[in-house]
Write a protein that binds this ligand. Structure first.
Ligand code: ADP
Ligand code: MG
Length: 339
C-alpha cells in the first residue's frame, strides 16, 4: 500500500490548535488581558466592537517586546515564561503554553504595536491567518497594543456558530470581571462600541468588587480571612440573605487566577447549611494563595481547572473559615425563610 500519512502544514496545525484556545471573542479577551498582566502593566485598556466579532483590542503599558520577540511571539510554543518542564510546577505567570498568539493569529487579522522601555522606536506587525503581511518600525508608547479583527474569518463554520453581539459581549464581560477582580492593583478601562463600560482605578479587593457590581454590593459583603501553613484565604462572602437562585457572583481565585472548582464550591455552600434555602447559592469572592508547586494548572488549555495536592485539607480549612466568618458576623441559623 502507498504511504498516505502527511504532516499538516503549519497554518492548518495552527488552525486546529486554535480551536482549543479560542472558542469565541471572550477567549481572545482572556488571553490578551493575561498577556498584559504578565507584562507587568499598571494600566490596561480593553476595546471591543460588535461583541468582539469585529474588534478585540488590548492596550497595555507593560514591558513591551523587542522586534525579534514581537515576531517570535506568534510562533507556536514560543514563550518567555517557562524554559523547562519543571517550570510547569512552579508557575508565577498566567501564560506558559506559548500558544495563544499563534492560535489567534491563525484565525484572525492581527495587528501588534509594541515597544520596550530600552528602545526609542517600536515595531508594527500585521498577521492574517498566520501570514505576516507587514512589519515596520513605528512610533508608539512603551507597552503593547494588540488588535484582533474579523475573528474566524477563515473558518466560516466557527464564525456562524457565534451568538448575537449581546451574548458575546456578556461572555466578554464575564472574562473581564474575572481578570479585573483578581488584579485590583491594576487600572482597567473597558470600551464597547465607543462607549465606556468600566473605568476601574487601582484599588483594594473590596473596592474593586464594589466598582464592578455597584455600591449596593458593599453592604452584602462579609470579610473572610485565614492563614495556615498551606493556604492563605482572603476575600468576601455574601450575607446569607442575599443568596440567589441563579448562580453568578461566585468567584474563586488561586494565586490571582480565576478557577472553577465544584469541589471548593461545595465547601462554601456547605458552610452556609441551615442559613440559606437549599435551592439558593451564596455569592463569594475568595482569593486563595498556595505554594505554586502544590498545584497543577496544566490540565486544560484554558487553565480554569486546577489540581491541588491536598484537596481534602483545603476543603476543610475553607469550610471552617467561612463558618467562622458567618459566626463572627452574628449570622446564626434559623432564618425565617417565609420573608
Ligand atoms: P504565553 O503567554 O503562554 O507565553 P502567548 O502566545 O500568549 O504565550 O505569548 C507569547 C509570548 O509573547 C509571551 O511569552 C510574551 O513573551 C510575549 N507577549 C505576549 N503578549 C505580550 C504583551 N502584552 N507584552 C509583552 N510581551 C508579550
Ligand atoms: Mg499568553
Amino acid at each position: 500500500m502507498a504511504d498516505i500519512i502527511k504532516l499538516l502544514p503549519d497554518h492548518v496545525a495552527n488552525q486546529i490548535a486554535a480551536g482549543e484556545v479560542v472558542q469565541r471573542p471572550a477567549s481572545v479577551v482572556k488571553e490578551l488581558l493575561e498577556n498584559a498582566i504578565d507584562a507587568q502593566s499598571n494600566s490596561i485598556k480593553l476595546i471591543v466592537k460588535d461583541g468582539g466579532k469585529s474588534l478585540v483590542q488590548v492596550v497595555d503599558d507593560g514591558m513591551g517586546m523587542s522586534t525579534t520577540d514581537a515576531r517570535l511571539s506568534f510562533e507556536r510554543h514560543a514563550t518567555s515564561k517557562i524554559k523547562k518542564a519543571e517550570d510547569l510546577f512552579n508557575l508565577h505567570t498566567k501564560g506558559f503554553r506559548g500558544e495563544a498568539l499563534a492560535s489567534i493569529a491563525a484565525i484572525a487579522h492581527v495587528e501588534m504595536q509594541t515597544r520596550s522601555a530600552g528602545e526609542e522606536v517600536g515595531t508594527r506587525l500585521r498577521i492574517e491567518g498566520s501570514e505576516v503581511v507587514s512589519q515596520e518600525v513605528c512610533v508608539t508608547p512603551k507597552g503593547t497594543s494588540l488588535s484582533v479583527k474579523n475573528l474566524f474569518f477563515n473558518i466560516p463554520a466557527r464564525r456562524n456558530f457565534l451568538k448575537s453581539n449581546q451574548v458575546e459581549l456578556r461572555h466578554i464581560m464575564d472574562e473581564f470581571h474575572r481578570v479585573a477582580l483578581a488584579h485590583p492593583a491594576i487600572t482597567f478601562h473597558f470600551y464597547n462600541n465607543g462607549s465606556e463600560l468600566f473605568n476601574l482605578p487601582k484599588s483594594t479587593y473590596r473596592r474593586r468588587i464594589v466598582h464592578i457590581f455597584g455600591t449596593r454590593a458593599n453592604a452584602k459583603l462579609v470579610p473572610v480571612e485565614e492563614e495556615t501553613n498551606v493556604i492563605k484565604i482572603q476575600g468576601f462572602i455574601h450575607k446569607p440573605e442575599f443568596a440567589k437562585k441563579s448562580r453568578g457572583e461566585q468567584f474563586f481565585f488561586v494565586n490571582h487566577r480565576f478557577i472553577k472548582s465544584p469541589y471548593l464550591h461545595h465547601a462554601v455552600v456547605s458552610a452556609f447549611e441551615g442559613l440559606i434555602k437549599t435551592d439558593t447559592y451564596p455569592g463569594y469572592f475568595l482569593y486563595l494563595e498556595v505554594d505554586p508547586s502544590s498545584i497543577d494548572i496544566n490540565i486544560h488549555p484554558t487553565k480554569t481547572e486546577v489540581k491541588f495536592d491536598d484537596e481534602h485539607t483545603l476543603y476543610a480549612i475553607l469550610r471552617s473559615t467561612i463558618k467562622h466568618s458567618l459566626g463572627q458576623f452574628n449570622i446564626i441559623p434559623a432564618l425565617d425563610f417565609d420573608h
